[in-house]
Design a protein around this ligand. Sequence first.
Ligand SMILES: Cc1ncc(C[n+]2csc(CCOP(=O)(O)OP(=O)(O)O)c2C)c(N)n1
Ligand SMILES: [Mg+2]
Length: 562
Amino acid sequence: MPQQQHARAGAAAPVRMTTAEATVAALQAHGLDTLYALPGVHNDAFFDALAKAGAGTATAAKIRVVHSRHEQGAAYMALGAAVATARPQAYCVVPGPGLLNSAAALLTAYGMNAAVLALIGQIPQDAIGRGLGFLHEVRDQAGIIARLVDWSARIREPPEAPRLVAEAVRAMHTGRPGPAALECAIDGWGRAGPVTPHAPLPIIDPPVDEDAIAAAAKRLGAAQRPLIVAGGGAQEASAEVTALAQLLQAPVLSYRRGRGVLDDRDPLAVTLPLGHALWAEADVVLAVGTHLHYPLQQWGIDRELAIIRVDADADEPARFAKPAVALVGNAKPILRRLLDALPAHLSKRARRTAEMQERQARMRQRLDQKLGPQLAYLAAIRAELPENGIFVDEVTQVGFVSRLAFPVYRSRTYISPGYQDNLGYGFATALGVQDARRDVPVVAISGDGGFMFTATELATAVAHRIPLTTIVFNDGAFGNVRRTQQERYGNRLIACDLTNPDFVAFAKSFGAEAARVQTADELRTALRRAFAHRDGPSLIEVPVGPLPSPWEFIHMKRVRGV
Ligand SMILES: Cc1ncc(C[n+]2csc(CCOP(=O)(O)OP(=O)(O)O)c2C)c(N)n1
Ligand SMILES: [Mg+2]
């Protein structure tokens, strides 16, 4: 949420300033105190306004600028910072190639409902759309941006800047949260004019539908085998989900973005494999802030199952199948109302602790038998990472297993890319997480494949003294692809073996701390040392052989409507 303490401004007299100065002031007024960025001629006047900001200028203080080595790094860092803090975060890049270099991160921000504000340069205002071959020109840049974010605009004149920043920030928190973008032409930033500050716009949640609350309370109250599914949209409603789970004795299924909503030390907290069995048994499901992708697309539905959807996106509940009840809006106030309404309808129910502990233990045995090596590394990380430390997942073997079995204790301490599952998102995103949360240790895991997507951002981490710990599990391959080729395509290996640098020497050459460890025990020792090093990044390389496949626990068969 934007910081409401900044909501003063309002009736101030206009002051003459440039679009760039007005934008810097507006960002500050909305609590954006950091900008992840990679500069260039189109945005020179904007960067100059950032440099000049401070005492005696239109803006009260400087915005901290963290410059990356590639635009994807800047955008992923803004993404990580936004997800870790639940506050909007901004990045700024040049048009054309700069925008496109950042596009995978912007797409991921959309998929993760992250409040990332993209500030994108443009060619001269009068040349836009004419194909005259200006530096970094791309056809219909505004159209490209509009496909990636739900709200975008171009700032044309200085007086527009405060209002457009306010609208962008509001849009990022209205309906399904997500990224927004503002363009400004190369000749727009430096233009001067009268500017009046604009207070942050109120974020109006839709009213809670009391009839739907009553209907949901009735169904859940009478349910024999209720199940809660928590997605990324439930991260701010951890207390409410926890209270509902207790009241209903309902297990809570989370996979990637919903991990940590219910503390994994609660035996009611389950991930995909146990969730699959519970889905098959359930009579009422309460789905909070989730696409419900695996259950709906893979596990199936039937008439015996009533689904209650809670979602910020009004279109989401009925997208695949009309639910029994739909509640649209922010999960927290909706679940609070549900908690008020539920006791009047609640049938007597037995505690499920013993049953769930027993089922958890059996599932753990199955996971241990199949995925021992990954679980040993994850246990080492969990043993060293404090309860409020943050784990950033990647598209790699240890990452896949972390989604199923890494114990998460709190909201926003497990950061996963969600349905984009884009290789190479992790390291740079984690840099943003650690930059924005310097008070806690952050650990990023990567494979050798994914790490190399943004490995050069080690320079950014050293330059900005970001104390991130990165573990690179090195199997010399796009291991996931390689295993599929072995198992499903007659061992015809193609485009999957990798030639790597010496990761330890590579990291040290940037000025990072680095170590190579062979075992889970050694990993613990190395993590302890890395977490204690707060002045810059640490890399730990873990050479691994081929790792066992997790897919039987992720892609499971249809169990309803068969
Ligand atoms: C942007 C993107 N490109 C390609 C893929 C396909 N892909 C999924 S896993 C993978 C290999 C990952 O290799 P590595 O990071 O070394 O992890 P490992 O499986 O070896 O543990 C690839 C290429 C993807 N998910 N995202
Ligand atoms: Mg690999």
